[in-house]
Design a protein around this ligand. Structure first.
Ligand SMILES: [Zn+2]
Ligand SMILES: [Zn+2]
Length: 475
């Protein structure tokens, strides 16, 4: 691993008596970095933290996608859509704080985009990742291939990069609530933090590099004392406890789900969870219900006055990141706000001169077509179309061709979200695996899945290793 160290640092005010970080004073770059975390899809978070270190059962879900053989996937569909989701919008360069594999905008797998083929209709002002869907403006067919270039933003004025403004110093609380420093007086602050004895306070400057960046990411998901925990300044006893659902005894009549038999739709749904950016997860679960400090980070973006954001950067880039590439329509398992269905959402730009095939998210960047000297300034709109399979007979595709995995197979979902095709396991192997001697203790139940269960599954997958048990057996 490269030891690229950033020049970033922040000043911590530490309560030496209680061994706790009170707050950090930080520059815009640190705040930009923290806000960027909200854009990360769960799959990226798991990759960064490594599967073993990821909380809950999401690591198992990730492994299941890796391990499920190609024959079970829909043709022409790459696992990378799930394992390496691309976020549509360029985020500030994460300068040495996360490995470049996380660099959202520079993902190697650029998803294919399609423009409208009806040149008389909308003037090619729309773009989508769903091939052959109908244009959101003129109902033409989206079949003309376009190339997405995530050009790094021009660095001439680095002050205009990132999300928030440069001149201000920001105050980051231990639980990742962020405010501009300037608006709070020192005395108010000490009162707010309930500091009686100023003698116990100590200031330290910490350097931030990749190691610290990863620790902050992990701590922000697990702990409400993200700075204290993440920077490992203090003893292990200071780490806040992780929230785990209660574990049932594993014995006769143990109330535990062994596994679920499920159709492709359920598996598609679970795999889709990996594509969700953290900000979307927080919105779905509500800020209060999310573990760790991520909910506070989300609130900080909401509450930070518009004056502090860069002129061309809307908060929506952070709060509602758009994932490039098709995902199956989640049929009633998550509120539609999770997927932004076919609503025109994000601005992209094409060349103002050559009409080439390139599309970018960086306004005013150079055109990538050969010797063209045009600039990418003509606005077009990304919308999430309804995918249609290419079918020469003109019949509408049947449902089994949609989504990620194949339809004819039944899948087995373990309590900790390991997923395998049912067909490859014999029932005797299965009973042995669970160490079941007395078949009489087993009971089959059919459960219905709706939005309530979908949200519970999402939440449980982040917190628990007994996901199905906690969603379907908890009374
Ligand atoms: Zn059109
Ligand atoms: Zn051009």
């Amino acid at each position: 691993m490269t030891t690229s160290t950033s020049n970033l640092s922040m000043k911590l005010l530490i309560d030496t008596k209680n061994k706790k970080v009170l707050f950090a004073e930080a520059s815009k770059d640190v705040v930009d970095f923290l806000f960027t975390l909200l854009q990360l899809p769960l799959a990226t978070v798991i990759k960064l933290l490594t599967k073993q270190a990821a909380v809950g059962s999401l690591g198992n879900l990730y492994s299941s996608v890796e391990n499920l053989k190609h024959i079970y996937w829909q043709p022409n569909l790459s696992k990378d859509l799930i394992l390496n989701p691309t976020i549509l919008i360029n985020s500030p360069a994460i300068s040495g704080l996360l490995p470049s594999s996380a660099a959202i905008s520079h993902s190697k797998i650029t998803p294919k985009l399609y423009r409208c083929s009806n040149s008389l209709g909308c003037g090619s002002s729309t773009v989508t990742s769903a091939y052959n869907s109908s244009c959101a403006m003129c109902r033409g067919r989206m079949t003309r291939e376009a190339n997405f270039t995530a050009t790094a933003a021009s660095n001439n004025d680095s002050n205009n990069n990132g999300f928030v403004k440069e001149v201000i110093t920001y105050m980051i609380m231990d639980n990742l609530l962020i405010q501009p420093m300037s608006t709070i007086s020192g005395i108010t602050m000490l009162n707010q933090l309930n500091v009686k004895d100023v003698g116990v306070l100590k200031e330290t400057v910490v350097q931030l590099g990749m190691k610290e960046g990863l620790k902050l990411l992990k701590a922000s998901i697990e702990s409400e004392m993200a700075l204290t925990t993440g920077l490992r300044l203090l003893k292990a006893s200071m780490q806040s406890k992780m929230v785990l659902t209660s574990v049932f005894l594993k014995n006769t009549k143990c109330k535990k789900v062994l596994f679920a038999e499920a159709s492709k739709d359920v598996v598609d749904f679970l795999f889709t969870l990996l594509q969700l950016p953290l900000a979307t997860v927080i919105k779905l679960l509500t800020k209060e219900a999310v573990v760790g400090s991520m909910g506070n980070l989300y609130s900080s973006v909401e509450n930070l006055n518009h004056d502090y954001f860069q002129p061309k950067r809307s908060k929506d880039l952070i709060l509602n990141p758009t994932i490039l590439g098709s995902s199956p329509s989640i049929s009633g398992l998550l509120p539609s706000s999770a997927t932004n269905h076919s609503k025109i959402t994000t601005k992209l730009y094409k060349c103002n001169y050559c009409g080439g095939t390139f599309v970018t998210d960086v306004y005013n960047s150079k055109c990538s077509t050969g010797s063209c000297s045009g600039r990418m300034t003509t606005e077009i709109y990304y919308f999430k179309g309804e995918a249609r399979t290419v079918d020469t007979s003109g019949h509408s595709n049947n449902n089994n061709d949609n989504g990620f995995v194949k339809g004819v197979i039944t899948y087995m979902i373990m309590d900790d979200l390991v997923i395998e095709p049912m067909s490859t396991i014999s029932s005797i192997t299965m009973l042995n695996r669970f160490n079941i001697k007395d078949v009489g203790v087993l009971k089959e139940t059919v459960v219905q899945l709706g939005i309530t269960e979908g949200l519970k599954l999402l939440k449980a997958s982040m917190e628990s290793q007994m996901v199905l048990t906690s969603v379907f057996l908890a009374s």
